[in-house]
Design a protein around this ligand. Structure first.
Ligand code: BMA
Length: 338
């Protein structure tokens, strides 16, 4: 059959120009899930949503969110030489909530994002502290993931999905986070001279409305990746349906020096719950990455994600591939904010 000729000004949405992303952008590891409850050295309910970092000795460290059998979460470190298997898991919780000194942690700590900060020679961990007033953002510093300096809550409830950018911009530290405001549940960026006092808040990226896959809530996934073209940001988008929420992943690119300026935003999601461990679990239809590592080739990205709020899975992609996909799959419809 002869294909229908589209008018020249119509966007070409044929399969050739817009490859199916689920197959091409990230490949699930065949041994998924790579970490689950049965791997843990002490009794837990579930392990998911891990921050990730490659240590100076080349090992991969995952700082995992572990939910205990009370339903409250703490963080526990797992180390592996190849980042896939052979995980050595701390025998006890690595970072527990400390509600006596930090009351905002009364219902646990969750979803860490790790950024190595060369100027401080420390890792900055932005995590959710679950307070009586709801989830907020707390910050801790460490050099070794054994002892931690807590800076306390830096964004009050309701706020979560935060990561620090690795360097100052214009003399200020920058934090991406996701407050819930009367404007909606959008991604914001805020600035600080000292990591303790935050201001100059700006919306970075908004949840789209209506029928969009990211209509109801969005939030940062893993910390942004610095590329020549800008900060490459993976974010999760939530769509509420009659049978619950679906958490999928999208891509956007932001200006290197003005990271509140969105340069590109993908139209469709580029990874979503499909495998049985993503479609089931304690919370079904959730993929939720909090960390990634980049391989020594500078291009291969290993994405560690929580699946179904029950286990940790791994998928591999290419930074070049993600940028090329954005070129082919974004509309210039995102308003720039100055
Ligand atoms: C989000 C966070 C994540 C969780 C997800 C799905 O709001 O609380 O920790 O994985 O919901 O339940």
């Amino acid at each position: 059959m002869t294909p229908i000729a589209l008018p020249a000004e119509w966007p070409d949405t044929s399969a050739e120009s817009k490859p199916s992303v689920e197959e091409s952008l990230f490949t699930r590891h065949s041994g998924n899930p790579i970490l689950s409850r049965s791997d843990w050295p002490y009794p837990i309910n579930s392990v998911f949503n891990a921050g990730a970092v490659r240590l100076p000795d080349g090992e991969v460290l995952l700082l995992c969110r572990v939910e205990d059998r009370r339903g409250l979460s703490h963080l526990c470190a797992a180390r592996s030489v190849n980042g896939i298997d052979g995980w050595r898991i701390d025998e006890e919780p690595t970072l527990m909530a400390n509600p006596r000194e930090y009351p905002e942690e009364i219902w646990g700590i969750e979803d860490p994002r790790i950024t190595y900060v060369p100027e401080l020679e420390q890792y900055a961990i932005a995590y959710t502290s679950y307070a009586r007033g709801g989830p907020g953002v707390s910050l801790a510093l460490t050099t070794d993931f054994r002892s931690f300096e807590r800076l306390g809550v830096i964004m009050p409830p309701e706020d979560k999905d935060a990561a620090l950018l690795p360097r100052k911009m214009g003399g200020f530290w920058a934090l991406i986070h996701r407050p819930m405001t009367s404007l909606g549940t959008h991604m914001w960026i805020s600035y600080s001279p000292d990591l303790r006092h935050w201001g100059s808040h700006k919306v970075m990226l908004e949840a789209r409305r209506g029928g969009w896959w990211d209509a109801n809530k969005i939030g940062l996934c893993s910390p942004p990746i610095e590329t020549d073209k800008g900060w490459l940001v993976l974010y999760h988008g939530v769509r509420r349906t009659a049978s619950g929420s679906i958490y999928r992943l999208g891509l956007a690119l932001f200006d290197l020096e003005k990271p509140y300026l969105c340069l590109q935003r993908g139209d469709s999601w580029m990874f979503g719950p499909e495998a049985p461990y993503e479609r089931g679990g304690d919370v079904k239809d959730v993929v939720f990455p909090c960390g990634q590592v980049i391989e020594p080739d500078g291009d291969t990205i290993r994405l560690y994600y929580g699946a179904g709020d029950s286990c940790i899975a791994l998928a591999t992609g290419s930074i070049r591939g993600l940028l090329a996909w954005l070129d082919a799959n974004s509309s210039p419809n995102e308003p720039a904010r100055e």
